[in-house]
Design a protein around this ligand. Structure first.
Ligand SMILES: NCc1[nH]cc(CCC(=O)O)c1CC(=O)O
Length: 309
């Protein structure tokens, strides 16, 4: 293995490729002379695109093949959207770096209407995220939610084909793919709580690879790390995969953190919200405490019903 080379295992979707290229460019900028290669791969999640994700089973779908490539030594690192990363890592792998967060908000995209409030009665909105569906229906029970799968480009073409009056996407993905002009309006986090880790990119590598860890270290963004730590702790305690109606969002002011969380059912008829504040250094325990508070308010029954179906 050359001392001068880092190989990045990545999914082939445009967004995954953008994220891998971003990490490659950062590494080459920080370490002149370092060679960085991309190893694009297909994952099970990319292949099974016609089954609702909640049924295919969880977060690991988009990362397993990348992890095998690292464990078998064909690749050194994998770059992930933090919201798609499973809570547990396989033995020998760990999340070494969390990069600076992009805009964490959800985006409203429509060719006809300016925002959610302008949508007429019974309008058709595209999203496959139970979290987004739950918050939309809680606010506008009249809306018809239609499934929307595929990568960002595919989703936009389905909107343009007239299949939906509006669609909801993560702002971060659109911004990264230079599609910011397609964002009709931002949905503030007070209106739609993002998924844990939304907008943040993480880098996974072998835990015993000191060379790679040292090269990656400058990409770490402390503030993002603490925010994602709190959000993921809450999600983990709730035993949530990415396809459950759970929202979590942490903000930092100085040494203080405010963490907000939500658990709901897909039709939006029940939404349990809570928030907690404390010291940034207690990020993980804040996440755990907020999860317990939500469970105490009835989140358990809601989650069991979602998983049971
Ligand atoms: N679940 C798919 C996914 N995973 C990461 C992003 C992009 C935003 C991010 O980095 O969080 C998206 C697209 C979306 O939710 O619209």
């Amino acid at each position: 293995m050359s001392d001068n080379l880092i190989r990045i295992a990545t999914r082939k979707s445009p967004l995954a490729m953008w994220q891998a290229e971003f990490v490659k460019a950062e590494l080459e900028r920080i370490h002149p002379g370092l060679l960085v290669e991309l190893l694009p791969m297909s994952t099970k999640g990319d292949i099974i695109l016609d089954t609702p994700l909640a049924k295919v089973g969880g977060k690991g779908l988009f990362v397993k093949e990348l992890e095998v490539a690292m464990l078998e030594g064909q690749a050194d690192i994998a770059v992930h959207s933090m919201k798609d990363v499973p809570v547990e890592f396989p033995e020998g792998l760990g999340l070494e770096v969390i990069c600076k967060r992009e805009d964490p908000r959800d985006a409203f995209v429509s060719n006809t209407y300016k925002n959610l409030d302008e949508l007429p009665q019974g309008a058709v909105v595209g999203t496959s995220s139970l979290r987004r569906q739950c918050q939309l229906r809680a606010r506008r029970p009249d809306l018809v939610i239609k499934d929307l799968r595929g990568n960002v480009g595919t989703r936009l073409s389905k909107l343009d084909a007239g299949d939906y009056d509006a669609i909801i996407l993560a702002a971060a993905g659109l911004i990264r793919l230079e599609l910011k002009e397609r964002i009709t309006s931002f949905i503030e986090t007070t209106e739609s709580l993002p998924a844990n880790g939304q907008g943040a990119v993480g880098i996974e590598c072998r835990t015993d690879d000191a060379r790679v860890k040292a090269l990656l270290a400058p990409l770490e963004h402390k503030e993002t790390r603490y925010r994602v730590l709190a959000e993921r702790a809450m999600n983990t305690r709730l035993e949530g995969g990415c396809q459950v109606p759970i929202g979590a969002f942490a903000e930092i002011t100085g040494d203080d953190m405010l963490l907000r969380g939500l658990v709901g059912n897909p039709d939006g008829s029940e939404v349990i919200r809570s928030e907690i504040s404390g010291k940034v250094s207690d990020a993980e325990s804040l996440g755990n405490a907020l999860a317990d508070e939500l469970l105490g308010k009835g989140a358990k029954a809601i989650l069991q019903a979602v998983y049971g179906n």
